[in-house]
Design a protein around this ligand. Structure first.
Ligand code: PEP
Length: 249
């Protein structure tokens, strides 16, 4: 099955009005790509970036959302607010949210449910720590993180969920999983999904994330079960990010 590649840039808590404007200007100079290009600015810049991307082939993502629809949740941002600003994808369960802000598997699952309820596409991040990898728990962790979501929203909802396999030891460290290592896990994730639904497993877009650079992207994208990338640091440089997008075809 042919699955469209997705190359998504997670800008994390970086940028200013000026730098965001320069970055988007740089990306808009790129010619069309067969990959779906996605950028996830910090919340305050969503409106600015949404306006700049209007009519372009690049779509907007948010880095997080509340699991609650509205009300007395100071500091939170709802999925309907994100929808208002033209957001299409929302990250859920990024490892920084899980490890630094204590988001449990159950909380992540509720966020996925809230994102789907607004007809936005969750980008569900899963992945193991270095310790878990060393103790051979990579698949156990990925399956546990997937199970929490499958149990809450059902397997069919995965037709509208993008999975990002992001080994925690590779995020922001400069140490990417090798293409073969990543392919091995992606293949296992797809096989696991097939135990619930073969068609969902074949359709699911599974992105790799963790220190992706232009130089490593070609080998990653050549793998049969790697359907694109979630890119952090390298997405803050327009030329580098464009080179990654070009590697996706
Ligand atoms: C990320 O934040 O999802 C990520 C993969 O970061 P980096 O590319 O910087 O490792």
């Amino acid at each position: 099955m042919i699955r469209q590649k997705i190359v998504a840039g997670n800008w994390k808590m970086n940028g200013s009005k000026e730098s965001v404007s320069l970055l988007v200007d740089g990306l808009l100079k790129m010619e069309g790509s067969s990959a779906q290009v996605v950028v996830a600015p910090a919340f305050p810049y969503l409106s600015q970036v949404s306006g700049m991307l209007s009519g372009s082939h690049i779509v907007l993502a948010a880095q997080n959302a509340s699991d609650q629809p509205k009300g007395a949740f100071t500091g939170e941002v709802s999925t309907s607010m994100l929808n208002d600003f033209g957001v299409k994808y929302v990250l859920a369960g990024h490892s920084e949210r899980r490890s630094l802000y204590g988001e449990s598997d159950a909380m992540v699952a509720h966020k996925v449910k809230a994102i789907l309820a607004e007809e936005l596409i969750p980008m569900l991040c899963i992945g193991e720590t270095l310790e878990e990898r060393k103790s051979d728990k990579t698949l156990e962790v990925c399956e546990r993180q997937l199970n929490a979501v499958i149990e809450l929203v059902g397997i069919d909802a995965f037709e509208n969920i993008v999975i990002a396999y992001e080994p925690v030891w590779a995020i922001g460290t400069g140490v990417s999983a090798s293409a073969e290592q990543a392919q091995g896990v992606h293949e296992s994730i797809r096989k696991y999904l097939s135990t619930f639904s073969v068609s969902v497993s074949q359709q699911s877009q599974i992105l790799y994330g963790g220190s992706v650079k232009a130089s490593s992207s070609q080998a990653l994208f050549a793998m049969p079960d790697i359907d694109g990338a979630l890119v952090g640091g390298a997405s803050l440089d327009a030329d580098e990010f464009i080179a990654i997008i070009k590697a996706a075809g």
